[in-house]
Ligand binder design. Structure first.
Ligand code: BG6
Ligand code: GLC
Ligand code: GLC
Length: 882
């Protein structure tokens, strides 16, 4: 009779998989990342606050709460709460009666708290299985746990609540967010421990929620990130899966319940049923004359006379037997001391089975999270013992939730209120799935090939420019060089020494010169005169006047390089637009400007793109470096392509470095599907509309402006700053890209957000600060992902070019976005791993790479005879490559 069931329960995992009760409106969670979970429960403070009402229905008590979220101290405070009783009549009455009762309790509480004039948002912890359509629309699937009000199943709970409030008409409520108790619990514990990603309830009912990978949540669109799934594991076994372990007593419990046939697992586990399980076992044991000398007691024969709390009392280690005797007396059974012990054993049997079943289910979830993430070992937070046995690879910490549902509901409401679906709609187009990224990568691959083709090059958006750099450094280069570096955040002049023996490149001196907006948009002559002036200045400060040093010119704009020292500017990008330079040879223009001055001379000039300079300088350290990547003011990459594929340059063997100019990807409309309204605005208001579309979605020159425009849009929709506009924020350029990095700082980010928002003269509250952080995160993640897709394409191309199953390669990287943003590089690298699984890509950060690299190129150019030159374009139809 008492044999406790085996903890090994097969089939929980598939069942959880089938019955994923998805909550699409919790979609924003995955966007929130830690921003909503970084609360700490500490002391209180009176400055900034958000007040909420919370309702908590479905547990032992029905409660109404007044909750305050205090930003400064990161506290969630319960300002007041009231427990209201719900009679059996109401639990089994009509829906209208139930909701009228709820509204009445709410009215009562509101007036006792002097909240009558206010319209507070309300978080509703409604602990029943609901199909949530939106955060504020939640359809009851079925009553559980003894509730069975008519006319509620299949209806929207928010609607029913609002109607009841309207029927009264003596108070109002604001936005309503619906949460399951498991979710509220996970959210509130998450403030304290950010690895809390499972919410577990073992009370009147039992259930758990956890963070599932979006790619597995097939009922909701989107592939990446995670979403909180309310498992409703109470329903496990409703299809017969648990036949083997279900006992006669379980069947009786089910058949005499208000809802027979459903929530079978819950009926074996939860507080609503445990007492009754014990009572039925005691009756059975009495019938078999194993207890109370076989004498029945009408009290014990009556359902509900053995509440679950008796079990806890009887199992008390010290007072348990005494308690048992007291309880048995109250049940009018003739017991002796052996009976008392047997009763205690019965209680223990039933409660252990509960713990074991729960442990089995929890272990399933912990293992699932572990496997989802490809981990050998998982550390996560959610009673030791059994779980440890069942999920030995998972290290689970349990945090007891204190008023978790109420607090969690308030947090969910606080952010969801405005973030819910509306801002979700604004931000959603910026969230690119892995699937979308793969498509983008495929498109780029086609464009790379088009750009290389002799006949297709002239109409290609991605220019794939030959650089005449045929070799990465071999370590024998040496000498002194001048270097110019134009096109990034700073314009620099450098004096560089390449030391052969030590394989180092030394910067002997350098100087940053400013370039005014006037010069950036003036004439070419002005620009080159300015460059020559800076050079003259530097040369005399370095006492190099008498020497004629070779010069490496890192000119970070798309150039058609005819030879290493002849480079025609195709077009300006990144805010430069000097007249009379496009279509001209940059080396010539520089030399003319130097001649116009006549006070110094320069030797041979080698032109390099910054990507090439970066690759070359990293290549000196790591010879497998064959990709150069820039994510700064602009974005671009170069890589070593097989000569046989570089159709525009004669020669079949060896490799040549190709400057992809991937910034131009999408200029022919290829990216239509992923371009947003905001991207269009950025492009149209830029100095060069219609060109370098991909760069405008990614690079530092535009990221801040993207965020600013999104903030303006969210304000217009009244989702931010109470809809109040600020002229500062409405002005272009007031949100520089560095703000994004500051706001996304893991620790100081929210503080930084507030400082920045103050400086922008916007009236913000704590939810605004979080939403702003979310916007930054959305924009910077998109940038990282797009870059990853592009880089994966290049890595895959190299791999396929070489006929390799697996490629090991190194990328030299530079640029302020990559270097300064707190998690850009992590996100980029993670996505590359996902998108190019057959390529093992190492990233090397370039230090002064362009300057050093330009010197390297010059040195390599000197070492190698230049054999190649550019062929004329032709306009054939055929593509040379598949
Ligand atoms: C610098 C290089 O470190 O990075 C430049 O010296 C390059 O050549 C630049 O253009 C790119 O980054 P940013 O952020 O300055 O545009
Ligand atoms: C029941 C409900 C579920 C809730 C659980 C714990 O199983 O269906 O939604 O989470 O009880 O209260
Ligand atoms: C722009 C330029 C490109 C450069 C990149 C990074 O995209 O066109 O040449 O490499 O910015 O600076």
């Amino acid at each position: 009779v008492l044999c406790s069931s085996s903890p090994k329960i097969e089939g929980i995992e598939p069942s959880i998989r089938q019955s994923l009760s998805v909550n699409p409106s919790l979609y924003w969670w995955r966007l929130m990342k830690q921003s909503s979970l970084d609360y700490k429960i500490k002391a209180r403070n009176k400055n900034e606050h958000g007040d909420f009402l919370a309702l908590d229905l479905g547990g032992t008590n029905f409660r109404v709460l007044h909750v305050r979220v205090l930003e400064e101290e990161k506290v969630v405070d319960i300002l007041g709460s009231q427990t209201c009783s719900i009679s059996q009549d109401i639990m089994l009455g009509t829906g209208e009666q139930l909701f009228d009762h709820i509204a009445a309790c709410l009215a009562d509480f509101i007036s006792s708290q002097n909240l009558k004039g206010q319209t507070l948002p309300l978080g509703f912890t409604f602990s029943f299985s609901c199909e949530q359509k939106k955060i504020d629309e939640s359809i009851l699937l079925r009553w559980t746990k003894g509730f069975n009000c008519s006319g509620v199943e299949g209806r929207d709970i928010v609607q029913l609540l609002k109607e009841a409030v309207q029927r009264r008409g003596d108070f109002t409520i604001g936005f309503v967010a619906m949460v399951n108790d498991t979710v509220g619990t996970m959210m509130s514990c998450g403030y304290r421990d950010q690895s809390c990603e499972i919410g577990l309830i073992i009370g009147t009912g039992t259930n758990a929620c956890y963070m599932e990978e979006m790619r597995n949540v097939k009922r909701v669109e989107g592939e990446d990130g995670r979403m909180c799934i309310n498992t409703e594991w109470g329903g496990f076994g409703d299809d017969g899966t648990l036949e083997n372990i279900i006992t006669d007593i379980n069947r009786t419990i089910d058949q005499t319940s208000i809802k027979p046939g459903v929530h079978i697992f819950e009926k074996m586990i939860s507080g609503m049923y445990l007492g009754e399980l014990v009572r039925l076992l005691l009756v059975k044991l009495t019938e078999q004359k194993l207890l109370f000398k076989g004498q029945r007691s009408t009290t014990l024969l009556t359902a509900g006379t053995f509440p679950t709390k008796f079990i806890s009392e009887i199992e008390e280690p010290l007072s348990g037997l005494e308690n048992a005797k007291r309880i048995l007396s109250s049940l009018n059974v003739p017991y002796d001391s052996v009976d008392a012990r047997i009763v205690r054993l019965v209680c223990d049997t039933v409660s252990s089975r509960t713990a074991r079943l729960c442990a089995a289910a929890l272990a399933t979830i912990a293992n699932r999270i572990r496997v989802n993430r490809g981990l050998k070992h998982l550390k996560t937070t959610v009673a030791p013992g059994m779980v440890r046995l069942l999920a030995p690879d998972c290290d689970i910490t349990f945090i007891l939730s204190q008023d978790g549902s109420g607090k969690g509901a308030a947090m969910v409401t606080a952010v969801a209120q405005r973030l819910a679906l509306q801002s979700h709609l604004v931000l959603q187009p910026f969230c690119l799935s892995v699937h979308q990224l793969r498509t983008i990568s495929d498109l780029l691959m086609k464009d790379l090939i088009k750009g290389l083709g002799k006949h297709s090059h002239h109409k290609a958006a991605v220019k794939m420019l030959p650089t005449f750099v045929r070799s990465t450094p071999d370590g024998t280069e040496h000498g002194d060089f001048l270097a110019l570096d134009l096109g990034g955040t700073n314009f620099r002049v450098l004096h560089v020494r390449v030391l052969e023996e030590e394989k180092v490149v030394d910067i002997l001196g350098s100087q940053t010169c400013s370039i005014s907006q006037d010069i950036m948009l003036g004439t070419g002559e002005q620009l080159f005169d300015h460059i020559a002036a800076c050079l003259a200045d530097f040369i005399s400060s370095q006492n190099l006047k008498e020497q004629t040093l070779p010069l490496g010119f890192t000119f970070s704009f798309p150039c058609e390089q005819k030879k290493i020292d002849e480079s025609i500017l195709i077009r300006w990008t990144k805010g430069f637009n000097c007249s009379g330079v496009e279509g001209r040879d940059i080396v010539q223009l520089l030399k003319e400007a130097v001649q116009r001055r006549g006070d110094f001379t320069i030797g041979s000039v080698a032109m390099v793109n910054d990507t090439v300079g970066t690759m070359m300088s990293c290549g000196y350290r790591d010879q497998s470096c064959e990709i150069g990547l820039i994510i700064g003011t602009g974005t671009n990459a170069c890589y070593m392509e097989e000569m046989r594929n570089v159709k525009r340059v004669e020669g079949e063997d060896g490799r040549m470095c190709i400057n992809t100019e991937w910034g131009g990807f999408g200029d022919d409309g290829t990216l239509e599907n992923i371009i947003t309204d905001i991207d269009r605005t950025i492009d149209q208001t830029s100095i060069k509309p219609g060109v370098h579309i991909f760069e405008k979605m990614i690079s530092g020159m535009y990221l801040g402006e993207l965020v600013r425009l999104l903030l303006v849009k969210l304000t217009e929709q009244k989702l931010l700053f109470k809809g109040q506009r600020s002229t500062t924020l409405l002005t272009a350029g007031t949100f520089p890209t560095k703000f994004i990095s500051e706001i996304e700082e893991p620790l100081s980010g929210l503080e930084n957000a507030k400082r920045i928002l103050s400086s922008l003269n916007v009236p913000y509250d704590f939810v605004d600060a979080r939403i702003v952080r979310l916007v930054c995160d959305t924009v910077s993640s998109r940038s990282a992902r797009l870059c990853a897709a592009a880089l994966a394409t290049v890595a895959n191309r190299i791999r396929v070019n070489r006929g390799l199953k697996h490629l090991k390669t190194t990328v030299g990287v530079d640029g302020t976005v990559y270097k300064k943003h707190p998690n850009f590089s992590d996100e980029l690298q993670a996505m590359v791993r996902l998108l190019a699984p057959d390529c093992d890509v190492t990233f090397i950060l370039s230090q002064d790479g362009s300057g050093k690299g330009a010197a390297m190129v010059t040195a390599v150019a000197q070492r190698l005879a230049l054999q190649s030159h550019l062929l004329e374009d032709s306009d054939g139809d055929s593509e040379e490559e598949d």
